[in-house]
Ligand binder design. Structure first.
Ligand code: C5P
Length: 306
């Protein structure tokens, strides 16, 4: 059973103060893009994970892998009366690791969909999202795809009204950033400025209106990410990458999630091609990729013959 699952970018990421449980309440606008991992699950004697792809360093093995946790969570919740079958989980990785694109959460989401089919567990999409939320804050969105507002830890989703197709250029950085470290840096920066204390996160109504219009020129200047100053403080080189995109005509330039991937909005496919060439020439990132959004959530692509 093979499932294809998209990466996400955050068009808005509004972060509140830290909660007692260590998480931050947030309001975010998730947007799935056409960069996909593929996950195949097969019955096995014990649950294990196998990762293939260009750059798989940093993908955790065994229980630390979110895909393994997802398979175990589904076996516990969905198959209580039918034992705990094991699976081999093969992940074909294209979404870079620790990049702010929710690649690990995507693999967990794909594993949930694949195991739900393989085991004929019969969970509804809403039930799968509920199991996914226990595995990671971004897993429910990887199941849903499209464009959606995330609240709470990011796991409470509302589908967003968004028109049109958006052309993006992703600029991948060398190395990754740890999500907890970026959130911690954000808290430190805010404490130093004594800013943000007690303020809840809020949705940008201007961005929502722009997304309904489907006009990238309206959307571009409204992209925002509260984690960006923290990500840039940990990786000052990202400032150059963002500036290069803006200088070469990007309608919007932002870090995705906790970074370090930089995301640029183009007016159309032709401008995205020009921007990708310019960013490559400027030497401000490891590599670039053109993607489109919104992309669909985790979905089965093939069923192995019986
Ligand atoms: O939920 P997930 O395991 O993906 O979160 C990874 C880490 O990111 C958390 O341990 C926490 O440090 C941080 N986080 C947060 N607030 C959120 C989501 C994630 O502080 N809403």
């Amino acid at each position: 059973m093979t499932v294809r699952v998209p990466a996400k970018v955050n068009l808005q990421l509004s972060v509140g103060p830290p909660r007692a449980d260590g998480y931050h309440d947030l309001v975010t606008v998730f947007h799935a893009v056409s960069l996909y991992d593929e996950v195949t699950v097969r019955p096995a004697d014990r649950t294990r994970v196998l990762v293939t792809g260009d750059d798989v360093t940093g993908v955790p093995a065994g229980r630390a892998n979110l895909a393994v946790r997802a398979a175990r969570a589904l076996a516990t919740v969905g198959l209580r009366r039918r034992g705990r079958p094991a699976v081999e989980i093969e992940i074909r990785k294209r979404i870079p690791v620790a990049a702010g694109l929710a690649g690990g959460s995507a693999d967990a989401a794909a594993t949930l969909v694949a195991c739900n089919e393989l085991w004929r567990a019969g969970l509804s999409p809403a039930e799968l999202r509920e199991v996914g939320a226990k595995v990671g804050s971004d897993v429910p969105f990887a199941l849903l795809g499209g464009t959606a507002i995330g609240q709470g830890r990011g796991e409470q989703l509302t589908v967003a009204l968004a028109a049109g197709t958006y052309h993006w250029v992703l600029a991948f950085a060398s190395g990754g950033l740890s999500t907890p470290e970026v959130y911690a840096a954000c808290d430190r920066l805010r404490a130093a400025r004594s800013a943000g204390d007690g303020e809840g996160p809020g949705l940008s109504t201007a961005l929502m209106a722009a997304l309904r219009s489907g006009d990238p020129a309206e959307v571009g200047p409204l992209l925002s990410n509260d984690l960006q100053p923290a990500a840039v403080s940990l990786r000052p080189d990202l400032r150059r990458t963002l500036n290069a995109g803006t200088e070469h005509g990007a309608l919007g330039a932002i870090i995705s999630g906790s970074g370090p991937t930089c995301v640029f909005l183009a007016a159309n496919a032709a401008q995205a091609r020009e921007l990708a060439v310019a960013l490559t020439g400027a030497g401000v990132c490891r590599s670039v990729l053109r993607v489109k959004g919104p992309a669909p959530g985790a979905a089965v692509v093939t069923t192995a013959p019986r």
